[in-house]
Design a protein around this ligand. Sequence first.
Ligand SMILES: Nc1ncnc2c1ncn2[C@@H]1O[C@H](COP(=O)(O)OP(=O)(O)OP(=O)(O)O)[C@@H](O)[C@H]1O
Length: 286
Amino acid sequence: MSGRGGATPPGDGNGRDQGHARVTAQAELSLRGAALSYGDRTLWQGLDLDLRRGEFVAVLGPNGSGKTSLLRVLLGVRPLSAGTLLVRGRPPRRGSDLIGYIPQHKAAAAHTPLRARDLVRLGIDGHRWGLPTGGARARRRTGELLAAVGAAGYADAPIGLLSGGEQQRVRVAQALATGPRVLLCDEPLLSLDPHHQRAVSALIDGRRRSHGTAVLFVTHEINPILHLTDRVLYLAGGRFRIGTPEEVLTSPVLSELYGSPVEVFRTGERIVVAGAPEPREPGAPS
Ligand SMILES: Nc1ncnc2c1ncn2[C@@H]1O[C@H](COP(=O)(O)OP(=O)(O)OP(=O)(O)O)[C@@H](O)[C@H]1O
């Protein structure tokens, strides 16, 4: 297969086989013929994806396959090299209220002067530096957001003194501050223990169920979120596949995507991928 990404069934999932016009009308995010290159290196191309209301899409792929770069495009901080992106029918805009972003967990330094409530407050009016407005309303909203993620008990604690799971709850609250239609999650469970992984993924899932928020969830590990996942976007070696986990996470599909034999095992509720090749160095011949 050429470097042109996988617009072939099974697991094409690009909407064409599901009533293209109907899907487009409902999409929160819509990519058409999207490509992203850095210099002469193309991370992905020919990407068609509609993210629908309340949908949970997991983005998988080896290191360097362009998962975070995709989020940067969707956040409006990086332009596509080709193709189009629409966010609820309009071009993307950096800092849009329509999109919430949950970053990887990185432990905040113990001496960080921010309290949990300050971090959430930044999600409400952090883009209005120098023009503080609506103080009482923002304070009330901050309290509601912290309560919604079960973080009210440590609202006034310095963020650096909270556990990893507690910090991630606060970051979820911050991402929800503007009432986004789409949540972009960049490995939000990384370095959390299984208990906190479940708690944080349940929070994200709860939001999509209660508000119809669509979720694009970048992860290296599908198992903690497999039960939530409607579709998988799998990026590898400049190509991709989209479809349900059952369609994409199979030995034949991943072997074709990687261009070498890959085994996918299912043990109970878990999926194990074995034999995926190491990512190529940037610029190495394909
Ligand atoms: N601004 C940039 N300029 C040039 N190359 C970049 C830039 N940003 C990212 N890259 C390269 O693009 C590739 C994809 O990066 P990206 O962070 O999107 O990958 P990823 O799939 O999220 O990887 P990981 O799983 O390791 O987080 C990497 O090789 C990275 O070095």
